[in-house]
Design a binder for this molecule. Structure first.
Ligand SMILES: Cc1cc2nc3c(=O)[nH]c(=O)nc-3n(C[C@H](O)[C@H](O)[C@H](O)COP(=O)(O)OP(=O)(O)OC[C@H]3O[C@@H](n4cnc5c(N)ncnc54)[C@H](O)[C@@H]3O)c2cc1C
Length: 451
């Protein structure tokens, strides 16, 4: 086995000076594929990052490794498909900046690649007068964030935009759109491959090792210039100089492999959708969202048209019993014990206990969910909806139970730590922001690794 063994073998190389041994080792290392940078994670963030890196550094050899047999099957393939405008996020935060920038980049990219999208707009609707101050705050926030063309609508204007929706006032964001983010991500992958990058699917990274800095000169002598070994489950290891991880639901576990703290921890929250039956899809033209309650961490259920013409309703937010737990019955004991044993989650559960119970209840009893949605579209009936798919959010959380809202980057400890960059948190709207995130990560990679 190569990998961690490489450095030990190389240290011994000097002691055992036999040239047969030296040649055998060199031949062995030559068979191990080697890259300048390996990106772990074939979701939209990993693929956008790999694409950006190879375009900036066309002479470098790059690879993406993805544990699934296809790209973008987790968060990037199971989301609302909204091209967000950036209204919600704290002014000055990376989330706000990257979303506003990402929206423009996404439209430009989809136009260039002929990827279908619809700029169908979005309204955030106040259905009660008491929500008006929060709506006004949101509008001001949107202006501060540089969101273009926002407009306040009165109840009659709401009907002009969404004939079946009722409310006292709304914010209209005409530039919000919809797209299939999995298709966009796969297209990033194609760009990467066309530029000379290699993609390994079915490659689950289990460990990273790095030969010690002290043995580097001996290694160079032996022709070994790629000190990091990426080890995978039942696959050959890869050698590289640097690693970038974009592991979504497993980003914390990948970070721990290079000696990072376990915080912030990823806690999986499933988002379950209902679907409008086809014959009822005329009820919704664009995105209809509630005014988010500032006391709760998620946006609240909304109406989202899809590029295929269907309409999804949701998602709610319930603790998933597995990191990839797309169904209520999906349980992974390690994930569950890990989550429930985490002080941060226990604190969050205590704080939002009733909200959490309500979300589970509405997830099981569809009529309760429909009741919530009828506040916005009163003509919606229980028989108009059916159960839809689900996605799982990689929600980063700190030990105090606070949801980590912005991007988190990390390295690690020891020799490996200086050669790894972990994207530990790429929260929603990570798909919208993906091209902007990729630029930021590429700059970090350049600075950190002196590429
Ligand atoms: C329900 C839901 C709705 C959302 N709605 C929207 C929306 O409307 N608009 C928007 O902009 N954003 C939305 N988001 C957010 C957006 O989907 C995410 O921010 C984005 O997809 C994150 O991409 P990622 O590449 O970081 O993660 P992922 O897509 O999860 O990719 C991570 C990849 O890493 C791989 N991986 C993990 N561990 C390993 C390992 N050990 N070895 C190899 N590979 C590994 C995984 O298999 C996975 O493919 C939503 C998210 C969810 C869950």
């Amino acid at each position: 086995m190569l990998g961690r063994g490489n450095s030990i073998l190389l240290q011994n190389l000097r002691k055992k000076t036999g040239s047969v041994f030296r040649h055998r080792l060199q031949r062995c290392m030559a068979t191990q594929a080697s890259y300048d940078v390996v990106v772990v994670g074939g979701g939209i963030v990993g693929l956008a990052t790999a694409r950006e890196l190879i375009h900036r550094h066309p002479t470098l050899k790059l690879a993406v490794v993805e544990k699934e047999n296809e790209l973008s099957v987790h968060q990037s393939g199971k989301n609302s498909g909204v091209i967000h405008c950036g209204i919600y996020y704290t002014p000055g935060s990376l989330k706000a900046k990257l979303c506003v920038e990402g929206l423009d980049l996404s439209y430009k990219y989809c136009n260039e690649k002929n990827i279908p999208y619809k700029k169908c707009g979005k309204i955030i609707v106040a259905v009660e007068k008491k929500e008006l101050p929060q709506l006004e705050k949101l509008y001001q926030r949107g202006l501060e964030n540089g969101v273009k063309d926002l407009k306040i609508l009165d109840s009659k204007q709401i009907k002009d935009v969404e004939p079946y929706c009722e409310g006292v006032s709304a914010i209209l964001s005409p530039n919000t759109g919809i797209v299939d983010w999995a298709e966009v991500a796969r297209s990033y992958g194609e760009d990467f491959k066309k530029a000379g990058g290699e993609i390994y699917t079915g490659y689950e990274v289990t460990d990273f090792t790095c030969s010690p800095e002290s043995s580097r000169s001996q290694e160079k002598e032996a022709g070994h210039t790629h000190p990091v070994t990426v080890c995978g489950k039942n696959v050959s290891p890869l050698s590289c100089r640097y690693v970038v991880t974009c592991g979504g639901l497993y980003s914390d576990r990948l970070a721990e492999k290079s000696g990072c703290e376990s915080d912030p921890r990823i806690v999986p929250f499933r988002g379950e959708y209902l679907k409008l039956k086809d014959e009822k899809s005329h009820l919704v033209k664009g995105n209809i969202y509630p005014v988010p309650d500032p006391n709760f961490p998620f946006l609240g259920v909304h109406f989202t048209p899809r590029v295929d013409g269907s309409v999804w309703l949701g998602p709610n937010a319930v603790l998933a019993f597995a990191r990839e737990g797309y169904k209520l019955t999906d349980v992974n004991v390690k994930d569950l014990v890990d989550a429930l044993g985490y002080r941060g989650l226990r604190k969050l559960m205590f704080k939002y206990f009733m909200f959490g119970v309500g979300e589970y209840y509405r997830g099981i009893i569809i009529s309760a969910q429909v009741k919530q949605l009828q506040r916005y579209v009163p003509s919606l009936k229980l028989e108009d909806v059916e159960r839809g798919p689900a996605g799982v959010r990689a929600q980063a959380m700190d030990r105090e139970g606070n949801l980590v809202d912005d991007f988190v980057f990390d390295g690690g400890a020891g020799d490996i730590g200086s050669r790894v960059l972990h994207v530990r948190n790429a929260p929603s709207p990570g798909a919208t922001s993906s091209l902007a995130i990729a630029k930021m990560v590429a700059e970090k990679v350049q600075d950190r690794f002196n590429l």
